[in-house]
Design a protein around this ligand. Structure first.
Ligand SMILES: Cc1cc2nc3c(=O)[nH]c(=O)nc-3n(C[C@H](O)[C@H](O)[C@H](O)COP(=O)(O)OP(=O)(O)OC[C@H]3O[C@@H](n4cnc5c(N)ncnc54)[C@H](O)[C@@H]3O)c2cc1C
Length: 401
């Protein structure tokens, strides 16, 4: 047996033995009370949906498999990309839910692995791997979204600290996070991209306050974050002072790849066909409604095209090519595809797709309509679709302004 096949056998055996039953997704259908819909985000405020969620996190973290490819000395699994892929495949086939999710694993962690100094790596990466710290992202401001480099939150040096003043907005989960990674202006007298610094701070620091924003779906995943004379030690800068834009772009590359991959991974089975079977019906072994059948076929083909392109990018990553502007292609295509797919799922439900709770909306147990509403935000967060198209035009295709 090849090394990789030996690893597969070992990983499968370990998962079978160590993944608690309630941490496995049901074959099909809605999450049950035992299998939580909300994944574990970790951090000081985490309330685990059940004791097995905690146990599952602890077991995976001990093995370094919450962050499989990060170096072992920082709490990761030290796996090669190929081994990590095999582990992900085995987790999917064993229907194991991820033990931990969040911006620590997908955004700030990878940035620290690449660009953090030794002290920051040793301080934060093991905590991230163990799920002891939850992060939020302080990029957007009321006057700086697509034009992120126009941000105004100001950090001024005072001894060995920065004093930060300003406002962030659309800060996802700021109210349940422990730390923020953010962009602040440290030099207002140079061109806007050159006076930005990438800073980390504890959300419990005096002067930080958060205000949740309620959305159309009834959920409130966002906050406004106000920063008033917040004191941040100067050694909590990632990268060089005034070079935060380089860090911001590197992190956005990870964020966009993560968003693109999330929708690709999310649906191993074809939920569109499953729902159509139940709510539209089958005739002669195929979906009865020709228009819906056509839409399902088109979106399924698009998904396969995305999968193959992602696979190509992963091969390039194995050869040392880090995500660059190409991550905009995945971000754009995956989020637009997810919007189309979510809209089709609502259409398949028919009138039952018009609401999400109470009598008459039983079909919506899969949260189809809320997911459709949420999908609208996917093509805005991490940079809007229009901005991705601009990046693809300029930096991937080399088209003139
Ligand atoms: C679900 C969700 C989660 C988010 N989480 C976070 C978070 O955790 N942290 C954080 O910092 N931010 C977060 N955001 C904010 C997000 O990054 C911004 O909403 C986004 O960058 C767009 O900025 P804006 O809302 O200010 O829109 P604007 O920049 O004002 O854009 C408005 C419209 O104009 C278009 N537009 C703007 N400039 C151009 C241009 N040059 N060419 C063509 N069209 C253009 C845009 O595409 C958009 O349609 C989140 C947003 C969403 C929806």
């Amino acid at each position: 047996m090849s090394d990789i096949e030996t690893f597969r056998e070992e990983a499968r055996a370990w998962l079978r033995e160590n993944c608690p039953p309630s941490m496995r997704r049901p074959e099909r259908g809605a999450p049950t009370p035992e299998v939580p819909f909300e994944p574990t985000w970790g951090g000081r405020k985490e309330t685990f949906p059940n004791p097995e969620a905690k146990l599952w996190l602890e077991r995976m973290a001990e093995r370094g498999w919450t962050a499989p490819t990060w170096p072992r000395e920082y709490g990761g699994g030290g796996l090669s990309k190929e081994q990590a892929k095999v582990l992900a495949q085995e987790m999917r086939s064993e229907r194991c839910v991820p033990p931990l999710v969040g911006f620590g694993l997908t955004m700030i962690g990878p940035l620290l692995v690449e660009h953090g100094n030794e002290e920051l790596k040793r301080r934060f990466l093991p905590e991230i791997c163990r799920g002891e710290i939850r992060w939020c992202q302080g990029y957007s401001e009321p006057g700086a979204g697509s034009d992120l480099a126009g941000l105004q939150a100001r950090a001024v040096v005072d001894g060995d600290q920065y004093v930060v003043n300003g406002q962030k907005v659309w800060t996802s989960y700021a109210d349940s996070s422990d730390w923020m990674f953010c962009l602040v202006r440290t030099d207002p007298d140079v061109s806007k991209h050159n006076g930005i610094t990438f800073l980390l701070f504890d959300m419990e620091s005096p002067g930080v306050s958060v205000q949740p924003i309620k959305l159309i779906s009834g959920n409130s995943p966002f906050c406004e974050t106000f920063l008033e004379d917040v004191r941040v030690p100067r050694d909590q800068v990632v990268g060089a002072v005034n070079d935060g834009w380089t860090m911001a772009k590197a992190l956005l590359g990870h964020e966009r790849t993560m968003i693109g991959e999330a929708f690709n991974e999310a649906e191993a089975r074809n939920e569109m066909v499953e729902l159509a079977r139940d709510y539209v019906g089958f005739e002669n072994g195929r979906v009865a409604d020709a228009v819906i059948r056509d839409d399902i076929a088109r979106l399924t083909m698009d998904k396969v095209a995305l999968e193959l392109t992602l696979k190509k990018a992963k091969e390039a990553a194995k050869a040392g090519h880090q995500p660059g502007p190409e991550s905009s292609i995945f971000k754009y295509f995956a989020t637009e595809l997810n919007k189309d797919r979510s809209a089709l799922l609502v259409g398949i439900l028919g009138p039952q797709g018009l609401g999400w709770e109470g009598e008459g909306f039983e079909a919506n147990e899969l949260d189809v309509t809320r997911r459709w509403l949420r999908s609208r935000g996917n093509s805005i967060e991490g940079g809007t679709s229009e901005i991705q198209l601009n990046i693809i035009a300029k930096r991937v295709l080399g088209l003139p302004d």
